[in-house]
Design a protein around this ligand. Structure first.
Ligand code: ZN
Length: 1018
């Protein structure tokens, strides 16, 4: 949803670029306790509160909340508070940041303000708080026109600790030159200690953005925005274009902070059950009252409208993973729509966009995707409401150069057709149903969801509370529809036909792209280096050394507040589940306050599927709910799913046995949810899919295969570290091996090969054969979550559903059997593999075989992974190495301990850092406090609130009981320094256990020279 958002998180930064899906706000619980809301209902308009004036109080009953809008009298800062009976409280402060160049100043500032502040003068207090807080969310995000610092916590003391740190960071950061050069960019000797070694560009954001621009998808999305809205801030790259980042100076950064990170340009948001007055008093007394109002010129003018459509071209590097190298062109037609603060117009256009592009019944799906000219929709698709004026994009990727005119023609004809025929009423009904279900379906961080939904509109002066009133907005929409039967068609005519502010963007691969980019980089570097005077050269050398020193310096973190392990609840949150047996199928039921929504999960075990068939299982899961079944063709099936459910999903599941390392479960998980009134309809759809699925539609299958292959290929740069870890784990145990086959980089190349086949009839037969095994009730187990009131009815309907399903067994034979896969012949082996991919950065990984979940060493290894990440690897790989991220993870799901780096300019050096980290831990060069902090991050993870629809999944999917979880928790509390040194020596030190290295990255001379490496070219 967020176009070019830089998201700074604990280990990896993802700049999200996606098209529109209907953004649903969902209620977190059936709120019964309204005390929290009652308190603020007494507030009167214009009443004064700790330096603030109340502007208004709004009720939003459909989301069980009461909202207060206020402004700060002295500075004009805006504050929006949402009172709601939810213990997962949220805070955020957002600034309107509208740069006019591509130096990435807002993005670099976002990184730099988190490098130490007045009260907390330590490097990276934000990162360090990760060890000292129970936050359920902590982050900083840079979008095209705002920068936001949000967090959530369920613990009052912790919330106040974080509030102090966040406010101090944004209003009183140190912004030292050293921080600027570390986070932004700098010139540095390859070896900072050796002034004869060559000078190069370094910096965290510099490397991060190089990574971002190595993805075709990102290049395209950025170009659409830059070229469709060229006149002001959207015409530049807010995250920073590596070609321009070195133009930014430290002084410019400080100036940008002074004018943009000021209360007069700020929007504060608080959410949850903590009292508003406390928030206001703290913010005013400690920060805002110290500032005078300034006038800030950050407004974005409306884009001057074009009087005729525009065509533009961009290039990108060829994708060697693309299923068909001849088909790598992307084309999208993009329209500028209306101001996002006009809520009714925005709602209408967002609904129209969804109707146009979303789902198999939509006109563009049928005209563009089913034509089988391209692999999938273009990377930006549908409505985008994250710029001051919204936009709509539609197009295809993976097309042949020669098909450009054809695609343009189809798009124009499709719009004409919609104008003349309109949309079917039942599709509008399906979308309205989805919106209704969306307000009731509950996700885990509701408070954060609210601010993410409203921040863009609010940032441009929209009314925050109005944006939350889903019901009245939808009522007005329905009224307009009723008053004018041609309402939607007229809007399509106005915005998609008569609109001359229309950009057709074509992106095609250029063999020389990478060379040109590298050459540009070299020229820029040369220009910078040539300009250096002797004095400057001294400074480069000194800065490099200072940076090294400051990175190595031990810091006193005493100023940072900390949650104590003793303050953490020793008891797990139990998962209360009932198990019933229907016709030999175990059904697990969990009663939860689900807000009249029913959640269903069905796992079909794969233990009897022949090995050679397993590579097709991921394809099976991505097509099985989308091929049509029984009376429904795939369009009708998709339509029925939209009318009655939140979607029908299928995916693979692999988990190592909790106790025995040679055993594991493998399955396909089917999942869906619906309003209570629609449960029988939802089950009918699953019956059709299980008993009468239609896998023999060759044309449809071809479309889905192409989409799956393109999706997978495009996803690699975003999650390269996961792919590297999945691969390095795969030689160590049978569960990890199957996991690599299902979701690793080898699956990406299998899917590519399948997509390249001329004839898919063999694949089709494999899928049909798989269907016999997977869509068979003999292999099933089921779980359902619903309200206690509805559960008896839900179970009754499930009973009926189960009797309809196919079984190969006679009724008397239907008893539940163990479906765990037991392996006898697997031998772990140590391997070194490079998967060669045309990236400009590397994703390194090392995995070591360790122990399963219930083993007493598992909690120790989990704490050790945190300790290594936060006390060693982050410093060495990110701060010194210039990678975007690096760390270690203990994954009980496969019993493997892994090290990784993310968007890493280094390769072999990082592998040495992994070894150094192990030796550091084996020598016990850390303190008891470090261990306590590592434990806090573990609890932070495990104590995240679980939404009602997901309660019980630990037991259902991984067979991990409450007793095991409690035991693991007890052991976590007991972890001490000695035991960490001990497990490091017994598992991680070289030669103790089988271990493998894998990485994704470009051609590497060291690897090429070394025979012990296997190079896989993709
Ligand atoms: Zn970033």
């Amino acid at each position: 949803m967020l176009r070019t958002v830089s998201k700074r998180s604990t280990s990896a930064c993802t700049r999200l670029i996606t098209g529109l899906r209907w953004r649903s706000l969902s209620a977190a619980a059936t709120a019964t306790n309204t005390d929290v809301q009652d308190k603020i209902r007494t507030l009167k308009k214009r009443s004064k509160l700790h330096g603030y004036t109340v502007e208004k109080v709004d009720e939003v009953p459909e989301l069980f909340l009461t909202a207060v809008s206020l402004h700060h009298d002295k500075t004009g800062a805006k504050h929006f508070h949402v009172a709601r009976d939810d213990s997962n409280n949220s805070f955020s402060v957002a600034f309107k940041t509208t740069p006019l160049d591509s130096t990435g100043v807002p993005h670099i500032l976002e990184h730099t303000v988190l490098c130490g502040s007045r009260k907390f003068p330590v490097r990276d207090p934000f990162f360090k708080m990760i060890n000292r807080s129970l936050a359920t969310f902590m982050n900083a995000l840079t979008a095209s026109d705002w920068t936001m610092y949000p967090f959530s916590s369920q613990n009052r003391k912790d919330y106040n600790n974080l509030l102090a740190i966040y406010l101090d960071a944004v209003f009183y950061p140190q912004l030292r030159e050293l921080d600027f050069s570390q986070e932004g960019w700098r010139l540095e000797h390859e070896n900072p200690a050796d002034k004869s070694s060559p000078i190069d560009f370094k910096g965290v954001v510099y490397n991060e953005m190089k990574g971002v621009f190595s993805s075709q998808q990102n290049i395209f999305a950025e170009a659409v925005q830059n070229k469709l809205l060229p006149s002001h801030t959207y015409g530049v790259v807010s995250g920073g274009d590596p070609a321009y980042i070195p133009d930014l100076t430290w002084t410019q950064l400080k100036d940008f902070h002074k004018t943009h990170y000021h209360p007069s340009n700020a929007r504060f948001y608080t959410y949850g059950n903590f009292p508003l007055e406390d928030h206001l008093q703290y913010i005013n007394d400690n920060y805002l009252q110290n500032f005078e109002a300034i006038s800030v010129d950050t407004d974005v003018p409306s884009e001057p409208r074009w009087n005729k459509p525009v065509e533009e071209k961009v290039t990108c590097q060829p994708d060697t993973m693309a299923p068909d190298p001849e088909k790598q062109t992307t084309l999208a037609v993009n329209f500028l729509l209306s101001d996002i603060t006009d809520l009714d117009e925005a709602t209408t256009l967002s609904i129209i966009s969804t109707l146009l592009t979303d789902g198999e019944m939509s006109p563009f799906y049928q005209s563009l995707l089913e034509a089988n000219i391209g692999s999938d929709y273009s990377p930006v698709i549908g409505y985008n409401g994250y710029t001051k004026e919204s936009t709509f994009s539609v197009g295809l990727q993976g097309i042949h150069q020669d098909d450009i005119p054809k695609v343009k023609k189809i798009i124009a004809e499709t719009i004409d057709k919609v104008i003349s025929e309109g949309f079917e009423q039942s599709r509008i009904d399906a979308l309205l149903h989805r919106i209704e279900l969306g307000t009731k379906h509950q996700t885990s961080n509701f408070g954060l969801g609210i601010i993410m939904n409203i921040v863009s509109g609010w940032n441009h002066g929209g009314d925050a509370a109005e944006m939350l009133k889903v019901n009245s907005t939808m009522d007005r929409f329905k009224q307009r529809l009723q008053d004018d039967p041609h309402y939607l068609q007229n809007k399509v005519q106005q915005y998609f036909k008569a609109n001359t502010h229309c950009l057709t963007l074509v992106m095609s691969p250029d063999e020389k792209y990478d060379d040109i980019r590298k050459q540009g980089e070299q020229e820029k570097l040369k220009a910078c280096v040539n300009k250096l005077t002797d004095q400057d050269r001294e400074k480069v050398l000194k800065l490099g050394q200072e940076l090294l020193e400051s990175q190595n310096a031990a810091e006193d973190l005493g100023c940072l507040p900390c949650i104590q392990v003793a303050e953490i609840d020793r008891k797990i949150q139990p998962e209360v589940m009932e198990k019933t047996d229907f016709d030999g199928i175990p059904v697990f039921s969990t009663c939860q306050p689900t807000n009249e929504v029913v959640y269903l999960r069905m796992m079909s075990f794969l233990d009897k599927v022949p090995e050679e068939m397993k590579i097709y299982i991921p394809l099976f899961t991505s097509v099985i709910t989308r091929m049509g079944a029984g009376a429904y063709d795939y369009k009708e099936l998709s339509h029925q799913a939209e009318l009655h459910t939140g979607g029908l999903n299928a995916g693979t599941h692999v988990s190592a046995h909790h106790t025995n390392p040679d055993d594991f479960d493998q399955g396909v998980v089917f999942s869906s949810y619906c309003l209570e009134r629609n449960l029988n309809r939802m089950l009918d759809l699953w019956t059709e899919i299980f008993d009468r699925s239609n896998l023999r539609d060759s044309n449809r299958l071809e479309t889905l295969i192409k989409m799956a292959a393109a999706d997978l290929a495009a996803g690699i740069p975003q999650a390269g570290h996961s792919y590297a870890m999945t691969h390095s784990a795969s030689s160590l145990n049978p569960a990890a091996q199957v996991n690599e086959m299902f979701s690793g980089v080898s699956q990406v190349s299998i899917m590519k090969k399948i997509a390249e086949l001329e004839d898919n009839s063999k694949v089709m037969e494999h899928l049909v054969e798989l269907g016999r095994e997977i869509l068979n009730k003999d292999n099933l187990k089921i779980s359902v979550n619903a309200t206690p009131q509805f559960m008896p009815k839900a179970l009754k309907e499930l009973d009926g559903f189960i009797t309809t399903l196919h079984s190969d067994r006679k009724p008397e034979q239907r008893v539940y059997k163990d479906h765990t896969t037991h392996t006898k012949s697997f031998t772990a082996s140590s391997k070194k593999t490079q998967i060669e991919l045309p990236f400009s950065v590397n994703y390194m990984s090392k995995s070591v075989q360790t122990v399963p979940y219930t083993h007493e060493d598992c909690p120790r290894l989990q704490v050790l992974s945190r300790l290594l990440s936060w006390k060693y690897l982050h410093r060495e790989i990110r701060e010194k190495g210039g990678a975007y991220g690096g760390g270690a993870a203990m994954v009980p799901k496969n019993g493997v301990f892994s090290f990784y780096s993310y968007r890493d300019p280094n390769s072999m050096n990082t592998l040495s850092v992994f070894e150094d980290a192990i030796n550091w831990a084996a020598r016990g060069e850390f303190t008891d406090t470090d261990v306590e902090e590592a434990k806090i991050t573990m609890f932070q993870q495990s104590d995240k609130p679980v939404p009602p629809g997901q309660m019980g999944t630990t037991l259902f999917l991984n067979n991990i009981t409450d007793e095991m979880r409690q035991q693991s928790r007890d052991q976590l509390f007991a972890v001490a320094k000695d035991s960490l040194v001990d497990v490091t020596q017994r598992y991680l030190v070289s030669g103790q256990k089988p271990s493998s290295l894998s990485f994704l990255g470009p051609n590497n001379s060291k690897v090429a020279e070394d025979q012990s490496w296997k190079i896989v070219k993709e």
